[in-house]
Design a protein around this ligand. Structure first.
Ligand code: BTN
Length: 241
């Protein structure tokens, strides 16, 4: 797989939405790119701020095993991290499960979705990287950053997307070879949260405690203050320090 087919749009509702539509038609192995999105999707039904100057793209692949799905977000986060590291010399971090951070601010968000059609499973890995934005709306100003804001330099968005795609192909190969350990180990190595105290909201509860690990099933392992260990598969980090 080379992922060399690209659908490029000036403006679109959401590249993930477009990819889902294509998957429904049996189309896969391509990248959907948009210069801006009218309704960029984030996790938990949030909107993703998608002004011109960011990299907004979705990687659409057909997956061989359902088991592979859960590693794709980490693979994408590592791919973005390596891209940013290489071209800026900064040291980004992965904030479990789907964000890339620089200096405690979010530079990238990832939304992985899946759909089935004719017994085939398609994965859509949606990636939003803040590249050349000079400012953000008030509501996210304190939590968001861009590569420009961190370096005072502008970057070629297309190059960032291609580099990230190529990195992703390498990590995806590891997943295809069932080498999940390497993905988890690398994610842990670059983790923002390990050893930090966090407050996390899950579907039915808010927990506080210290992050001690990420396990082989991508779960965040937290030691609560009563020494109980909990394993979280999905949650929203409210704060960390
Ligand atoms: C998050 O942090 O909540 C995930 C944000 C994911 C945003 C990207 S931008 C490209 C792709 N298309 C979308 O509509 N969302 C993802």
């Amino acid at each position: 797989m080379k992922l060399s087919k690209i659908n490029h749009y000036k403006s679109i509702s959401s590249t993930n939405k477009k990819a889902l539509e294509l998957a429904k038609k049996g189309i896969h192995d391509r990248i959907i790119i948009a210069d801006t999105q009218v309704k960029g999707k984030g996790r938990f039904n949030r909107t993703w701020y998608s002004s011109k100057g960011g990299a907004y793209f979705s990687i659409l692949i057909k997956i061989e095993k359902i088991e592979h799905l859960k590693y794709l977000t980490f693979a994408a986060a590592l791919s973005v991290l390596k891209t940013i590291e290489k071209i800026t010399k900064l040291k980004p971090k992965i904030k479990w499960p789907n964000d890339v951070y620089i200096n405690d601010k979010k530079v990238c968000g990832i939304l992985t979705e899946s759909t089935t059609n004719n017994n085939l499973t398609y994965a859509i890995i949606g990636i939003g990287i803040n590249v050349n934005q000079k400012r953000f709306p008030k509501s996210i100003k304190n939590i968001a950053t861009s590569m420009f804001k961190e370096t005072n330099k502008e970057f070629n968005i297309k190059k960032i997307i291609i580099k990230t795609k190529n990195n992703f192909l390498k990590y995806y190969n590891l997943i295809k070879n069932n080498n999940y350990k390497k993905i988890i180990d690398e994610t842990k190595k670059h983790s923002l949260l390990i050893e930090k105290n966090i407050k996390i909201k899950t579907l039915n509860k808010t927990h506080i405690g210290k992050v001690i690990d990420i396990d082989k099933n991508c779960r965040l392992i937290i030691k609560k203050y009563d020494n109980k260990i909990i394993k979280i598969i999905e949650g929203d980090i409210i704060s960390y320090n």
